[in-house]
Design a protein around this ligand. Structure first.
Ligand code: DOR
Ligand code: ZN
Length: 359
């Protein structure tokens, strides 16, 4: 048994307001605690999206009533809200800009729509980019032109991690995160069926943005772990019925599988425990300027081996792309600000115990 600091997940889709049949502030934060995550940063592509003072209040009201772990809420960049979101920056996790195709309405195609956000959003609060491939190169150019930090969400490709490496070597203020599914799963092909596609459901279950990539991309991420600042889940729950439908929405749940998968990598020597702590606690805290959580830790049984099963999860969505995977390392207990919040499979923190770390 050993102790870790509470993990920070900088990329979670809570789905409230608007889609609480997928997840809400209660179930998402239960899933977080079960996964050893004591602070989440919530994405703004809800229904309605979080893009001004009243929608921010809507999300924060629900969070205040229901969250069981600590949190902050991102604002979404829209075509004409640069002044509004800049003024709200101190109350939010940061600004999320969707520059590529995604789930929901927030998307900024035209680069002229990026400019006011880069001009106006305060430099001491982070801008997070959903930007893939060449769009990422454009995002990094913007960081240079406007001389401000950007954080690249869910890096998945070899060309992306190599570009970020080169940008960092030039002193450009860019940080990035990677998700476990992009470290562990590859795109399905007849020759290389994805482990998550073993006949356990339709192709819709493999839909995610960024898409799963090739083994070469996965290898490049592992080889360049030192370029990666954070681990993030991109926890994006959709129900099984939705995933198996004609028009499957992209996204995987991830809060409850993050730490077991990382601990399994530690066990097999692919990752050091120091790196795990650096990328899931210390770096996200620094990049997003988050407060320390006093008297907060996770007790882990590093010898426990078990199979990942959706039926044991707290997320509402009812499935996981890692169903049946054997992992080593189990969360036994989570203490959050001096109170036992999770122990032996039970969430003990009550609704409303979670604090908004930006209030
Ligand atoms: O797979 C994804 N799901 N990628 C995104 O960018 C959005 C997310 C969601 O909200 O479902
Ligand atoms: Zn996301």
């Amino acid at each position: 048994m050993f102790k870790l600091p509470g993990l920070i997940d900088p990329h979670v889709h809570v789905r409230e307001p608007g889609q609480i049949h997928k997840e809400d502030w209660d179930s998402a934060t239960q899933a977080a605690l079960a996964g050893g995550v004591t602070m989440i940063l919530a994405m703004p592509n809800t229904k309605p999206p979080i893009f001004d003072a009243s929608t921010l209040d809507l999300a924060l009201d629900s969070a205040k009533r229901k969250a069981r772990c600590d949190y902050a809420q991102f604002l979404g960049a829209g075509p004409d809200n640069a002044d509004a979101v800049a003024a709200l920056a101190p109350k939010a996790a940061g600004l999320k800009m969707y520059l590529d195709s995604t789930f929901g309405e927030l998307r900024l195609n035209d680069m002229t729509l990026w400019m006011p956000h880069f001009q106006k959003f305060p430099k001491d609060y982070p801008i997070v980019l959903h930007s893939e491939s060449r769009t990422m190169a454009a995002g990094i150019l913007f960081a240079t032109l406007y001389d401000r930090p950007v954080h690249i969400a869910h890096v998945s490709l070899k060309e992306e991690i190599l570009l970020i490496k080169a940008a960092k070597e030039r002193g450009i203020k860019v940080t990035c995160e990677v998700c476990p599914h992009h470290l562990y799963l590859t795109t399905p092909s007849p020759l290389h069926p994805s482990p998550s596609g073993r006949g356990d459901g339709g192709e819709g279950r493999l839909e995610v943005r960024p898409r799963l990539a090739t083994q070469q991309d996965v290898d490049a991420l592992w080889e360049n772990l030192d370029v990666i600042d954070c681990f993030a889940t991109d926890h994006a729950p959709h129900t099984l019925a939705e995933k198996d439908s004609e028009n499957p929405p992209p996204g995987f749940p991830g809060l409850e599988t993050l730490l077991p998968l990382l601990l399994t990598a530690v066990d097999s020597g692919r990752l050091t425990l120091d790196d795990l702590i650096q990328k899931s606690v210390i770096n996200p805290r620094k990049i997003f300027r988050l407060p320390e959580q006093p008297e907060t830790w996770v007790e882990v049984d590093e010898t426990a081996e078990y199979e990942i099963k959706a039926e044991h999860q707290f997320t509402h969505c009812g499935w996981t792309p890692f169903e049946g995977w054997k992992v080593k390392g189990k969360v036994r207990k989570v203490v959050l600000r001096g109170r036992v919040a999770f122990e032996d499979g039970k969430v003990l923190a009550e609704r409303g115990y979670g604090r908004n770390v930006r209030s």
